[in-house]
Design a protein around this ligand. Sequence first.
Ligand SMILES: Cc1cc2nc3c(=O)[nH]c(=O)nc-3n(C[C@H](O)[C@H](O)[C@H](O)COP(=O)(O)O)c2cc1C
Length: 120
Amino acid sequence: MDVDDLIEKCRRNNQRAFITGMLHYNGDHFLQGLEGGRAEVSAIYHRIARDPRHSSIILISSQDVRERMFPTWSMGMHEGMDDQARNIFLRYFSTDDVNPATVNVDSLLDVLQDLAIKMP
Ligand SMILES: Cc1cc2nc3c(=O)[nH]c(=O)nc-3n(C[C@H](O)[C@H](O)[C@H](O)COP(=O)(O)O)c2cc1C
């Protein structure tokens, strides 16, 4: 999959809908946080879920928040699993390949935020 093309489109669409967020791709799985208005996030979630470029999508959590975590990113992108990324995962979990069905949501959000801080 051409992740550069994907992220460019994400950013263009999300900007229009005042959606912000963060996407991590370890080469195998995507982990994405989306934030914005309920209707907008819901609409983009359903569109992403229909995208045939990925499968087995799991909604890990949907929650009301007081403030955005990624206000400056129409879609931040972290790709790969280098030592720095692995250490971030291992700070919160016992593995760098977490199970979305059982993972602790708050820790996962912390991972996404830590990955965003390390982005160029
Ligand atoms: C893992 C993943 C994450 C995506 N995230 C977004 C996103 O945040 N915003 C977005 O507009 N499209 C996202 N897409 C792409 C959408 O599935 C879809 O292709 C796109 O929104 C279509 O836009 P268009 O109608 O302008 O061509 C994502 C796709 C994948 C596979």
